[in-house]
Design a binder for this molecule. Structure first.
Ligand code: ATP
Ligand code: MG
Length: 299
Protein backbone atom coordinates (compact mmCIF):
# COMPACT_ATOMS: atom_id res chain seq x y z
CA UNK A 1 0.00 0.00 0.00
CA UNK A 2 0.96 3.64 -0.40
CA UNK A 3 1.50 4.18 3.34
CA UNK A 4 4.14 1.44 3.57
CA UNK A 5 6.10 2.36 0.44
CA UNK A 6 9.74 2.67 1.51
CA UNK A 7 11.04 4.35 -1.63
CA UNK A 8 10.54 8.01 -2.48
CA UNK A 9 8.78 8.65 -5.78
CA UNK A 10 9.26 11.88 -7.73
CA UNK A 11 7.19 12.90 -10.76
CA UNK A 12 8.82 14.94 -13.49
CA UNK A 13 7.74 15.96 -16.98
CA UNK A 14 8.40 13.18 -19.50
CA UNK A 15 9.23 15.59 -22.31
CA UNK A 16 8.90 19.33 -22.66
CA UNK A 17 10.52 22.43 -21.26
CA UNK A 18 11.02 21.17 -17.72
CA UNK A 19 12.14 17.59 -18.50
CA UNK A 20 15.85 18.19 -19.12
CA UNK A 21 16.54 20.74 -16.36
CA UNK A 22 14.64 18.59 -13.83
CA UNK A 23 16.82 15.56 -14.59
CA UNK A 24 19.98 17.68 -14.51
CA UNK A 25 19.09 19.08 -11.09
CA UNK A 26 18.26 15.65 -9.68
CA UNK A 27 21.57 14.31 -11.06
CA UNK A 28 23.35 17.19 -9.33
CA UNK A 29 21.73 15.89 -6.12
CA UNK A 30 23.51 12.59 -6.65
CA UNK A 31 20.54 10.62 -7.95
CA UNK A 32 20.78 8.26 -10.89
CA UNK A 33 18.50 5.76 -12.53
CA UNK A 34 18.64 2.54 -14.42
CA UNK A 35 17.96 3.39 -18.06
CA UNK A 36 14.73 1.75 -19.10
CA UNK A 37 14.17 2.66 -22.72
CA UNK A 38 10.91 4.52 -23.19
CA UNK A 39 9.41 3.40 -19.88
CA UNK A 40 7.57 5.80 -17.61
CA UNK A 41 9.14 4.50 -14.42
CA UNK A 42 12.86 4.89 -13.61
CA UNK A 43 14.23 2.84 -10.76
CA UNK A 44 16.70 4.80 -8.58
CA UNK A 45 20.12 3.19 -8.29
CA UNK A 46 22.19 5.14 -5.76
CA UNK A 47 19.27 5.95 -3.43
CA UNK A 48 15.77 4.50 -3.03
CA UNK A 49 14.33 7.40 -5.03
CA UNK A 50 12.37 6.54 -8.20
CA UNK A 51 11.16 8.76 -11.02
CA UNK A 52 7.82 8.78 -12.75
CA UNK A 53 7.80 10.47 -16.18
CA UNK A 54 4.42 12.09 -16.87
CA UNK A 55 2.54 15.02 -18.45
CA UNK A 56 3.15 18.10 -16.32
CA UNK A 57 -0.61 18.58 -15.81
CA UNK A 58 -0.81 15.21 -14.02
CA UNK A 59 1.82 16.04 -11.40
CA UNK A 60 -0.31 17.86 -8.78
CA UNK A 61 -2.97 15.12 -8.93
CA UNK A 62 -0.35 12.39 -8.49
CA UNK A 63 0.82 14.13 -5.32
CA UNK A 64 -2.76 14.64 -4.11
CA UNK A 65 -3.46 10.92 -4.61
CA UNK A 66 -0.15 9.99 -2.93
CA UNK A 67 0.90 8.05 -6.00
CA UNK A 68 3.99 10.28 -5.95
CA UNK A 69 5.59 12.03 -3.02
CA UNK A 70 7.16 14.99 -4.81
CA UNK A 71 7.08 16.56 -8.26
CA UNK A 72 8.81 19.15 -10.42
CA UNK A 73 6.20 21.34 -12.07
CA UNK A 74 5.54 24.93 -13.14
CA UNK A 75 4.08 27.15 -10.41
CA UNK A 76 1.41 28.10 -12.97
CA UNK A 77 0.13 24.50 -13.15
CA UNK A 78 0.33 24.00 -9.39
CA UNK A 79 -1.46 27.27 -8.59
CA UNK A 80 -4.21 26.67 -11.17
CA UNK A 81 -4.95 23.18 -9.89
CA UNK A 82 -4.82 24.30 -6.27
CA UNK A 83 -7.33 27.02 -7.20
CA UNK A 84 -9.55 24.43 -8.90
CA UNK A 85 -9.63 22.40 -5.69
CA UNK A 86 -10.45 25.51 -3.67
CA UNK A 87 -13.19 26.53 -6.11
CA UNK A 88 -14.84 23.11 -5.74
CA UNK A 89 -14.56 23.10 -1.95
CA UNK A 90 -11.79 20.51 -1.68
CA UNK A 91 -8.93 21.02 0.79
CA UNK A 92 -5.42 21.78 -0.48
CA UNK A 93 -3.52 18.57 -1.22
CA UNK A 94 -0.16 19.93 -2.43
CA UNK A 95 1.99 23.02 -2.06
CA UNK A 96 5.21 24.57 -3.32
CA UNK A 97 8.24 23.34 -1.33
CA UNK A 98 11.00 25.13 -3.22
CA UNK A 99 11.42 27.45 -6.21
CA UNK A 100 13.92 25.87 -8.58
CA UNK A 101 15.24 28.77 -10.66
CA UNK A 102 14.47 27.39 -14.13
CA UNK A 103 11.44 27.42 -16.42
CA UNK A 104 10.88 31.11 -15.70
CA UNK A 105 7.85 32.63 -17.39
CA UNK A 106 4.80 34.67 -16.47
CA UNK A 107 1.12 34.24 -16.93
CA UNK A 108 0.25 37.48 -18.68
CA UNK A 109 -2.77 39.27 -20.05
CA UNK A 110 -2.25 40.20 -23.66
CA UNK A 111 -4.37 42.37 -25.91
CA UNK A 112 -4.27 43.08 -29.66
CA UNK A 113 -1.38 45.37 -30.70
CA UNK A 114 -3.88 47.98 -31.84
CA UNK A 115 -5.41 48.52 -28.39
CA UNK A 116 -4.45 51.61 -26.40
CA UNK A 117 -4.10 49.95 -22.99
CA UNK A 118 -5.62 52.09 -20.26
CA UNK A 119 -5.91 49.48 -17.51
CA UNK A 120 -7.80 46.34 -16.43
CA UNK A 121 -11.14 48.19 -16.55
CA UNK A 122 -10.87 48.05 -20.32
CA UNK A 123 -11.55 44.30 -20.17
CA UNK A 124 -15.03 44.72 -18.72
CA UNK A 125 -17.55 42.74 -20.79
CA UNK A 126 -14.80 41.33 -23.03
CA UNK A 127 -13.98 37.68 -23.72
CA UNK A 128 -10.56 36.45 -22.57
CA UNK A 129 -9.18 33.10 -23.77
CA UNK A 130 -6.95 31.11 -21.39
CA UNK A 131 -5.86 27.67 -20.21
CA UNK A 132 -5.73 29.11 -16.68
CA UNK A 133 -9.37 30.04 -15.96
CA UNK A 134 -9.07 29.89 -12.16
CA UNK A 135 -6.00 32.13 -11.96
CA UNK A 136 -7.53 34.53 -14.48
CA UNK A 137 -10.85 34.71 -12.60
CA UNK A 138 -9.03 35.37 -9.33
CA UNK A 139 -7.05 38.18 -10.97
CA UNK A 140 -10.18 39.69 -12.54
CA UNK A 141 -11.89 39.57 -9.13
CA UNK A 142 -8.89 41.31 -7.50
CA UNK A 143 -9.01 44.00 -10.18
CA UNK A 144 -12.80 44.30 -9.83
CA UNK A 145 -13.39 43.55 -13.51
CA UNK A 146 -16.30 41.53 -14.89
CA UNK A 147 -15.22 39.71 -18.08
CA UNK A 148 -16.04 36.41 -19.82
CA UNK A 149 -13.43 33.71 -19.42
CA UNK A 150 -13.15 31.37 -22.41
CA UNK A 151 -11.35 28.15 -21.48
CA UNK A 152 -9.09 26.72 -24.19
CA UNK A 153 -6.65 23.85 -23.68
CA UNK A 154 -4.16 25.05 -26.28
CA UNK A 155 -3.40 27.54 -29.08
CA UNK A 156 -4.71 30.33 -26.90
CA UNK A 157 -2.76 33.01 -28.76
CA UNK A 158 -4.69 32.59 -32.02
CA UNK A 159 -8.11 32.95 -30.34
CA UNK A 160 -8.41 36.70 -31.04
CA UNK A 161 -7.66 36.21 -34.75
CA UNK A 162 -10.26 33.44 -34.90
CA UNK A 163 -12.81 35.71 -33.28
CA UNK A 164 -13.10 33.40 -30.23
CA UNK A 165 -11.93 36.08 -27.80
CA UNK A 166 -10.91 39.74 -27.52
CA UNK A 167 -7.84 39.16 -25.38
CA UNK A 168 -5.80 36.27 -24.00
CA UNK A 169 -4.19 35.24 -20.72
CA UNK A 170 -1.24 32.98 -21.53
CA UNK A 171 2.30 32.00 -20.53
CA UNK A 172 4.99 34.33 -21.84
CA UNK A 173 8.76 34.13 -21.66
CA UNK A 174 10.32 36.07 -24.53
CA UNK A 175 7.04 37.44 -25.87
CA UNK A 176 7.89 36.28 -29.40
CA UNK A 177 4.80 34.06 -29.71
CA UNK A 178 2.53 36.91 -28.67
CA UNK A 179 4.23 39.33 -31.06
CA UNK A 180 3.87 36.82 -33.92
CA UNK A 181 0.13 36.86 -33.24
CA UNK A 182 -0.12 40.67 -33.07
CA UNK A 183 -0.66 40.65 -29.32
CA UNK A 184 1.11 42.59 -26.56
CA UNK A 185 1.38 41.74 -22.86
CA UNK A 186 -0.19 44.40 -20.64
CA UNK A 187 -0.43 42.89 -17.14
CA UNK A 188 1.06 40.02 -15.14
CA UNK A 189 -1.30 37.54 -13.49
CA UNK A 190 1.40 35.26 -12.04
CA UNK A 191 5.21 35.15 -12.02
CA UNK A 192 6.16 31.52 -12.56
CA UNK A 193 9.11 29.14 -12.57
CA UNK A 194 9.58 25.43 -11.98
CA UNK A 195 8.99 24.43 -8.37
CA UNK A 196 9.39 21.36 -6.21
CA UNK A 197 5.86 20.42 -5.19
CA UNK A 198 5.00 18.18 -2.28
CA UNK A 199 2.16 17.39 0.09
CA UNK A 200 0.82 20.06 2.46
CA UNK A 201 2.11 18.14 5.50
CA UNK A 202 5.72 16.90 5.73
CA UNK A 203 6.30 13.28 4.71
CA UNK A 204 6.85 10.81 7.51
CA UNK A 205 8.98 7.73 8.12
CA UNK A 206 11.56 6.51 5.62
CA UNK A 207 10.18 8.71 2.85
CA UNK A 208 10.31 11.72 5.18
CA UNK A 209 13.99 11.06 5.80
CA UNK A 210 14.68 10.62 2.09
CA UNK A 211 12.83 13.84 1.31
CA UNK A 212 14.88 15.65 3.97
CA UNK A 213 18.11 14.35 2.48
CA UNK A 214 17.02 15.34 -1.00
CA UNK A 215 15.99 18.84 0.14
CA UNK A 216 19.37 19.46 1.79
CA UNK A 217 21.17 18.37 -1.38
CA UNK A 218 18.78 20.38 -3.53
CA UNK A 219 19.39 23.53 -1.49
CA UNK A 220 23.14 22.96 -1.86
CA UNK A 221 22.83 22.37 -5.60
CA UNK A 222 20.64 25.46 -6.09
CA UNK A 223 23.00 27.62 -4.06
CA UNK A 224 26.09 26.32 -5.81
CA UNK A 225 24.65 26.96 -9.25
CA UNK A 226 25.10 30.73 -8.81
CA UNK A 227 28.04 30.69 -6.44
CA UNK A 228 31.52 31.83 -7.49
CA UNK A 229 34.75 31.88 -5.56
CA UNK A 230 36.62 35.15 -6.11
CA UNK A 231 40.38 35.04 -5.37
CA UNK A 232 43.06 37.70 -5.57
CA UNK A 233 46.07 39.20 -3.85
CA UNK A 234 46.63 42.72 -2.52
CA UNK A 235 48.81 44.63 -0.14
CA UNK A 236 47.49 45.13 3.38
CA UNK A 237 47.08 48.92 2.98
CA UNK A 238 44.82 48.45 -0.08
CA UNK A 239 42.26 46.53 2.01
CA UNK A 240 40.10 49.50 3.09
CA UNK A 241 39.61 50.43 -0.59
CA UNK A 242 39.05 46.86 -1.75
CA UNK A 243 36.60 45.49 0.81
CA UNK A 244 33.66 47.77 -0.13
CA UNK A 245 34.12 46.75 -3.79
CA UNK A 246 33.63 43.03 -3.15
CA UNK A 247 30.43 41.78 -4.84
CA UNK A 248 29.37 39.89 -1.70
CA UNK A 249 28.05 40.59 1.77
CA UNK A 250 30.14 37.79 3.29
CA UNK A 251 33.46 38.62 4.92
CA UNK A 252 36.33 37.32 2.79
CA UNK A 253 38.97 34.91 4.04
CA UNK A 254 42.26 36.82 4.35
CA UNK A 255 45.59 34.94 4.47
CA UNK A 256 49.17 36.24 4.62
CA UNK A 257 51.40 35.39 1.64
CA UNK A 258 54.83 33.99 2.66
CA UNK A 259 57.70 36.50 2.79
CA UNK A 260 56.10 39.93 2.34
CA UNK A 261 53.23 42.14 3.42
CA UNK A 262 50.91 40.89 0.68
CA UNK A 263 47.64 39.13 1.45
CA UNK A 264 45.70 36.46 -0.39
CA UNK A 265 41.92 36.92 -0.27
CA UNK A 266 39.03 34.70 -1.18
CA UNK A 267 35.34 35.52 -1.10
CA UNK A 268 32.21 33.51 -1.96
CA UNK A 269 29.88 35.48 -4.23
CA UNK A 270 26.20 34.67 -4.64
CA UNK A 271 26.14 35.44 -8.37
CA UNK A 272 28.37 35.88 -11.39
CA UNK A 273 31.17 38.43 -11.04
CA UNK A 274 31.17 41.01 -13.84
CA UNK A 275 34.15 42.41 -15.75
CA UNK A 276 33.30 45.84 -14.33
CA UNK A 277 33.59 44.51 -10.79
CA UNK A 278 36.92 42.83 -11.57
CA UNK A 279 38.28 45.99 -13.20
CA UNK A 280 37.24 48.11 -10.21
CA UNK A 281 39.05 45.71 -7.86
CA UNK A 282 42.15 45.82 -10.05
CA UNK A 283 42.17 49.63 -10.04
CA UNK A 284 41.94 49.53 -6.23
CA UNK A 285 45.08 47.38 -6.01
CA UNK A 286 43.99 43.77 -6.48
CA UNK A 287 46.21 41.49 -8.58
CA UNK A 288 45.93 37.92 -9.83
CA UNK A 289 42.14 38.10 -9.86
CA UNK A 290 40.45 34.78 -10.44
CA UNK A 291 36.78 33.73 -10.50
CA UNK A 292 36.05 30.01 -10.01
CA UNK A 293 32.80 28.07 -10.25
CA UNK A 294 31.90 26.12 -7.11
CA UNK A 295 31.29 22.41 -7.59
CA UNK A 296 29.77 21.46 -4.26
CA UNK A 297 28.83 23.01 -0.93
CA UNK A 298 27.58 21.70 2.39
CA UNK A 299 26.94 24.23 5.14
P1 ATP B 1 3.10 18.24 -21.27
O1 ATP B 1 3.19 17.41 -22.50
O2 ATP B 1 3.97 17.69 -20.16
O3 ATP B 1 1.70 18.52 -20.82
P2 ATP B 1 3.17 21.09 -21.89
O4 ATP B 1 3.08 21.34 -23.35
O5 ATP B 1 1.97 21.29 -21.05
O6 ATP B 1 3.79 19.62 -21.67
P3 ATP B 1 5.57 22.76 -21.78
O7 ATP B 1 5.27 23.59 -22.96
O8 ATP B 1 6.71 21.80 -21.84
O9 ATP B 1 4.28 22.00 -21.22
O10 ATP B 1 5.79 23.77 -20.56
C1 ATP B 1 5.99 23.30 -19.26
C2 ATP B 1 6.15 24.48 -18.32
O11 ATP B 1 7.24 25.28 -18.73
C3 ATP B 1 5.00 25.46 -18.28
O12 ATP B 1 3.91 25.01 -17.49
C4 ATP B 1 5.67 26.67 -17.67
O13 ATP B 1 5.74 26.55 -16.25
C5 ATP B 1 7.10 26.60 -18.21
N1 ATP B 1 7.40 27.60 -19.27
C6 ATP B 1 8.49 28.39 -19.33
N2 ATP B 1 8.47 29.21 -20.39
C7 ATP B 1 7.34 28.95 -21.05
C8 ATP B 1 6.74 29.49 -22.24
N3 ATP B 1 7.32 30.45 -22.95
N4 ATP B 1 5.58 28.95 -22.64
C9 ATP B 1 5.01 27.95 -21.96
N5 ATP B 1 5.51 27.43 -20.82
C10 ATP B 1 6.66 27.92 -20.35
MG1 MG C 1 0.89 20.12 -19.99
Amino acid sequence: GRAERERLRIAIQKSGRLAEPARTLLSACGLDWRVQGDRLFCHGESLPVDLLLVRDDDIPGLIADQVCDLGFVGRNVLAEQDGERRASGQPSAFREWRALGFGACRLALAVPDGWQWTGPGQLAGRRIATSYPVLLREWLAREGVDADVVRLSGSVEIAPRLGQADAVCDLVSSGATLAANQLKPVATVLESEAVLAGPVEPLEGVRGELAGLLLRRLDGALQVRNTRLLMFQASRDALPDLLPLLPTSQTPTVMPVEGGDRLALQALCGSAVTWQQLEALKRAGASGLMVLPVEGMLA
